[in-house]
Design a binder for this molecule. Structure first.
Ligand SMILES: [Zn+2]
Length: 396
């Protein structure tokens, strides 16, 4: 890896990471359940078990009507409603009629509740077992997770910031234009969809869904949109933020940026036709391996090449990050912090220094700060005090 100028990672980005790994016991328990499911995924058998609503405290949700295009896109995507999500919701509705019971979400995590949950478990396991193709199993798993999270969050979470409506932080977000030469792709695990402490969502809140686009793992419509954009942009214009996977590890210094200035011609910098595409894997570290594997397989299929270009950020101070999160991780930090780090490092490239990428990084850091404030004040209001140790960690 080439040396890059040192830059301390912004304290507020570390704070949110500290929050993420010092969660209440109930949250940790849910994380453990996610990991178990991920482990099953790697083995080719996706656990079709409980669906959680990730952020905790789902208050019943808004019930099981079909999802309209407007509602779907309101959650942060410009894609059509995924066909399989629609199908799963129809099946849930049909089960309501069959069993003469209503689907209900509640409790910590906003899970399906009561007798309906028992019936639904039986039904979806049967469907899952009937699928012989592993690709179909993944698609079904993803669609069901997303459908249940969506129904369980209806009327409870703010669609834009994915926080309970009473904690909505939207008014604090300051929109900012991302330089046109860059496009982010948030490759998100279904278990992170509508999760309150997810940070990838901040990117499209700040930059808009065209500059920072959600791509849900296992959702065909999303993955096709992303890969179509990659094919159009060309092989040299796609990078994945994921460490140590190349034979020769790469850094931001290795990104060839001439392509985004094709029309320069000695004049002021002008944009080429296609932006640089950066994929950020937005999931727990244990889920990220399966997501990386899927990207790599598609990469090979598209370009006949095993070498999915991964870059590591040099600004993530390994020693500090390691103290905060001793587990292995794909980037040692949260998704939005990784995006801010990337922008900050790109800003240090002389050709890009006038594009105000540092200000765009600051906008992300500021939004992370607001998210941490909202999550912390919610925890306080819910009656859980922050211990001195946590307070210290959150301010490292
Ligand atoms: Zn909001």
């Amino acid at each position: 890896m080439l040396a890059t100028p040192a830059r301390s990672f912004p304290p507020r980005c570390r704070r949110i990471q500290a929050y993420k790994y010092n969660k209440p016991r109930s949250v940790r328990a849910r994380a453990a359940s996610s990991m178990a499911a991920a482990a099953e995924t790697k083995g080719g058998v996706i656990g079709a078990g409980e669906v959680e609503n990730g952020g905790g405290g789902g208050g019943g949700g808004g019930g099981g009507g079909e999802v309209s295009l407007r509602e779907w896109q309101g959650w942060g995507t410009s894609s059509p409603v995924p066909a399989m999500v629609t199908e799963v919701i129809r099946e849930l509705r049909a089960l309501e009629l069959e069993t003469d019971s209503s689907m209900r979400f509640g409790g910590l995590g906003g899970k399906l509740q009561g007798e309906f949950k028992v019936q639904e478990d039986k039904k979806h396991r049967k469907v899952y077992d009937s699928l012989t193709d592993s690709e179909r199993k993944l698609q079904f798993f993803a669609a069901r997770q997303i459908a249940c999270r969506l129904l369980g969050s209806r009327g409870y979470l703010c669609q834009k910031c994915w926080l309970p409506k009473e904690d909505c932080m939207c008014s604090r977000i300051v929109p900012c234009s991302l330089w046109d030469g860059i496009r982010f792709w948030l490759y998100m695990h279904p278990k992170d969809f509508l999760r309150q402490n997810n940070t990838g969502k901040l990117l499209w809140q700040i930059f808009g869904t065209q500059a920072a686009t959600l791509c849900l793992f296992g959702i065909t419509e999303h993955e096709e949109i992303m890969w179509h954009a990659f094919s159009h942009a060309g092989k040299g214009m796609v990078w994945l933020l994921y460490p140590n996977k190349n034979l020769f590890p790469k850094s931001v210094q290795d990104i060839v940026i001439d392509g985004v200035f094709r029309k320069t011609g000695g004049q002021d910098m002008d944009l080429g036709d296609e932006p640089l595409n950066f994929v950020l894997i937005d999931g727990t570290w244990s889920n990220s391996a399966a997501m990386y594997k899927r990207l790599k397989e598609r990469w090979k299929l598209t370009w006949g090449d095993e070498d999915l270009p991964c870059i590591s950020l040099s600004t993530l101070g390994a020693s500090v990050m390691h103290k905060l999160r001793p587990q292995p991780s794909w980037d040692r930090t949260c998704t939005a912090a990784a995006a801010a780090g990337l922008l900050s490092e790109l800003h240090l490239r002389p050709q890009l220094s006038t594009l105000r990428l540092d200000k765009q990084a600051e906008a992300v850091e500021q939004a992370l700060d607001f998210l941490l404030d909202s999550l912390t004040s919610r925890r306080l209001r819910m009656g859980r005090s922050i211990t001195r140790r946590e307070r210290h960690k959150n301010c490292v």
